[in-house]
Design a protein around this ligand. Structure first.
Ligand code: SAH
Ligand code: SF4
Length: 389
């Protein structure tokens, strides 16, 4: 039997309950696991971490009830995943973590660092010290099959457990102090709903204490899951990969749009907005000649007029030679932005690209064998933590 992750909160709680051990010890155990990891050395080059992974012995944790030690040893591992390697971009802003799961699959998580960056408006170092955003994966592969996405081209392999999702944060915390988490890595988070909710609940609690306002879940638009998300996890940021203003273009590039028609999706978003009173982030990938024309900008503007949204235009990152798409021209993107801003008064940002030298892809992480190069470039989110949705 494979061991469970100590960060699988439900498993741990139920085992503790069966053994009559107080659940209040659980965050202390998590804290120990997090703090007893060594920091990888801060080199700029790619680092194989085999040598820096430390094993944690449950016996080292002081003052647990004695029944807890044997229970932990027989059922739980401090980490079920291992940090296989770290790849830092040459500018040092982006770090890609290649993480190996217990079943042998790999996922990637990407840390984007902000303390080296200057304030957008005044050019001064930002207050509040270092802060980083972590992009996490929720599945190995993805069922949704979007035609521009490298993860989609892999097909679906498996869901991550909640522990495996949280462990990405544990690994990333060794690289940097993480303030924001975005679910924009591999997979469709709302297609792994139960694990997503459990993982986020752990991230919100002690000892991680992330604020829900600093967690963003990006979805292709799984309507029934959007309908319950606010109830299960109030205060989160919702990002929706809209990518087209009308149903037929959406269907062309996103097969899932057939199951979740645009009209139903917009109704769900309207409802979400009403109960959450929060802005929604609309992601819109810019594909040359497909969805990036002026007419599309007007259709999008009209579609979103009654919403409180921020539109994030994402320049398409070619996914190897397979790609049938081209990136929109810079002028095209800025014309699109001007229409949304000027005519429809919609806050619209353009996603910058970072960390291309390490293919630190977020949202298009195809993980080949670690000795092969991942395909794809990066489309990271330097802007996302500043959106204040
Ligand atoms: N499955 C979720 C979250 C992961 S994808 C979703 O689709 O929202 C995160 C973002 O990256 C999505 O907006 C996705 O459409 C975008 N993306 C996928 N492939 C891309 C590519 N080749 N270039 C740019 N963005 C891409
Ligand atoms: Fe899945 Fe998102 Fe990629 Fe679509 S864009 S295939 S939903 S990961």
């Amino acid at each position: 039997m494979s061991m469970k992750s100590i960060f699988d909160a439900k498993e741990v709680r139920s085992e503790f309950e069966k053994a009559s051990i107080n659940a209040s010890f659980i965050p202390l155990i998590w804290k120990h696991v997090i703090t007893h990891h060594q920091n990888p050395n801060n080199t700029n080059t790619n680092t194989n971490t085999n040598t820096i992974t430390t094993a944690i012995d449950w016996c080292e944790i002081p003052s647990l009830p004695s029944a807890a030690y044997s229970l932990l040893a027989s059922k739980f591992k401090p980490l079920t995943t291992t940090l296989h390697s770290l790849h830092r971009s040459s500018d040092g802003v982006t770090t890609k973590l290649l993480i190996k799961l217990q079943n042998g699959s790999f996922v990637e998580a990407v840390v984007m660092k902000y303390d080296t960056r200057l304030g957008k408006y005044d050019g001064k170092p930002r207050p509040g010290g270092p802060r980083s955003t972590l992009c996490v994966s929720s599945q190995v592969g993805c069922k949704m099959g979007c035609s521009f996405c490298a993860t989609g081209s892999m097909g679906f392999k498996n869901n991550l457990s909640s522990g495996e999702i949280v462990e990405q944060l544990v690994h990333a915390s060794r690289v940097d102090s993480i303030r924001n988490v975005v679910f924009m890595g591999m997979g469709e988070p709302l297609n792994n709903y139960a694990a997503l909710v459990d993982a986020i609940r752990v991230m919100l609690g002690s000892p991680f204490q992330l604020s829900p306002r600093r967690i963003t879940v990006s979805t292709v638009g799984i309507v029934h899951a959007i309908n319950k998300l606010h109830n299960d996890l109030p205060g989160l940021n919702l990002a929706v990969s809209l990518h087209a203003p009308v149903q037929d273009i959406r269907c062309q590039i996103m097969p899932a749009a057939r199951a979740f028609p645009l009209e139903k999706l917009m109704d769900a978003l309207q409802q979400y907005q009403k109960i959450s009173q929060q802005k929604i982030l609309i992601e819109y990938i810019m594909l040359d000649g497909v969805n990036d024309g002026e007419q599309h900008a007007h259709l999008l503007g009209k579609l979103l007029e009654t919403f409180q949204v921020i539109v994030n235009l994402i320049p398409f990152n070619p996914i190897g030679t397979l790609s049938q798409f081209r990136t929109s021209s810079e002028e095209g993107v800025s014309r699109f932005q001007k229409i949304l801003r000027g005519t429809y008064n919609i806050r619209t940002t353009i996603r910058k690209q970072m960390g291309q030298d390490i293919s630190g892809a977020c949202g298009q992480l195809v993980v080949n064998l670690p000795d092969k190069k991942s395909i794809g470039n990066s489309s990271l989110l330097p802007d996302i933590e500043d959106l204040h949705l």
